[in-house]
Design a protein around this ligand. Structure first.
Ligand SMILES: Cc1cc2nc3c(=O)[nH]c(=O)nc-3n(C[C@H](O)[C@H](O)[C@H](O)COP(=O)(O)OP(=O)(O)OC[C@H]3O[C@@H](n4cnc5c(N)ncnc54)[C@H](O)[C@@H]3O)c2cc1C
Length: 325
């Protein structure tokens, strides 16, 4: 079947590649490609942050967790394993506050009090994949094309009819762009900013939210360490805010003193991105807009688009299979 996938971030690429591997003829149309998408800004840790619905997140997240574990076999994909990633929490966690997805990851455990940063009362640890998107997205683009997919970049769609003019199946993976394209007022931006620094020898990934430091995370990767974070709802300011860079550095050093001193020479770059959040959660859905026009949606992943990518893609592929049947 001829399929147009709209969007060249992690959702579009994972979906496009999954469909190609299912034997479909796929063309991917995108206004921007890597390194210019929100997906390029992601830290990117496997972690279901700022995303719903819980039961689906658990199932989708598991598929992606397994895929990233398989990706480890090929170092050229940019995936590494963080044994014992730590999420610190300011208060004592009740058992029913532990995440539902804990059954899907390896070595989930409560944090030992001795490993908690100052000011935190509790936390949990698990083995987490970390994906360097500056390596992973180019790998996906190349693999998609090598396996028969066609990329048509720098192409802005204003109406799905443009895509239906050339294919009977269209998959909307437009991230924040889905707000206009699908006329979905539930979609909104959650702005983030990150600072990439040179490796300092600090190796443990850790994060926290809701404590006195706000959202704060330190994610060591292959060639850098990503420091965050910022999370401001309905803020679409696309320029770097220098005060936020200063705040990120100060909060990360307080959170993880073993990072050591960070000078301006250690900073590789600063980036900001708009997380494509959605009231009501991720939308993976099918619409039959005409007898011969099938529209599928895969957007609204908030702060977890990488974490859910392969799971959502697999669900889209199952829906396409049903259309074909
Ligand atoms: C600072 C920050 C840190 C993050 N950290 C993590 C993390 O650690 N783990 C994690 O899982 N997630 C993380 N995220 C969230 C993650 O980046 C997003 O959920 C994910 O990138 C969404 O991917 P997407 O492909 O749906 O959207 P995008 O990456 O935004 O891609 C959308 C695509 O659609 C195209 N498009 C839009 N409108 C149109 C149109 N009209 N016509 C044609 N093309 C169009 C765009 O050009 C682009 O190609 C983070 C995000 C930020 C900002």
């Amino acid at each position: 079947m001829e399929i147009i996938v709209i969007g060249g971030g992690i959702s579009g690429l994972a979906t496009g590649l999954t469909l190609v591997r299912a034997g479909q003829r796929v063309r991917l149309w995108a206004r921007e490609l890597s390194p210019h998408t929100t997906s390029d800004v992601a830290a990117a840790l496997w972690y279901p942050y700022l995303v719903q619905p819980e039961a689906k997140v658990k199932a989708w997240g598991r598929v992606a967790y397994d895929q990233f574990q398989a990706d480890l076999a090929d170092p050229a994909r940019g995936v590494i394993w963080q044994p014992g990633f730590l999420e610190a929490v300011p208060h004592r966690l009740a058992d029913d506050e532990l995440p539902a997805w804990r059954t899907e990851v390896t070595n989930f455990r409560r944090a030992d009090p001795a490993e908690l940063p100052a000011g935190f009362a509790d936390g949990y640890c698990f083995d987490a994949p970390v994906i360097d998107m500056s390596i992973y997205l180019p790998y996906l683009l190349a693999t998609f094309q090598a396996e028969g997919g066609v990329i048509e970049g720098e192409r802005t769609i204003r109406d799905f009819a443009e895509a239906f003019a050339v294919a009977p199946v269209v998959v909307n993976c437009a991230g924040l762009g889905a707000r206009e394209l699908a006329q979905d007022a539930a979609v909104y931006a959650v702005r983030g900013q990150v600072v990439r620094i040179r490796p300092t020898g600090f190796r443990r990934a850790l994060s926290a939210d809701n404590g006195s430091l706000g959202l704060v995370y330190v994610i060591p990767r292959i060639h850098d360490i990503v420091l965050g974070g910022i999370s401001t709802e309905r803020d679409e300011h696309r320029a770097i805010v220098p005060e936020q860079t200063t705040s990120i550095l100060a909060r990360c050093q307080q959170f993880a003193p073993a990072l050591g001193p960070i000078s301006s020479q250690d900073i590789l770059n600063v980036a900001c991105g708009l997380r494509p959040a959605r009231t009501g959660g991720v939308r993976v859905a099918y619409e039959r807009v005409a007898p011969d026009r099938h529209l599928l949606h895969n957007y609204g992943h908030g702060g977890a688009g990488v974490t859910l990518s392969w799971g959502c893609a697999a669900e889209i592929a199952r829906m396409v299979q049903q259309i074909a049947a």
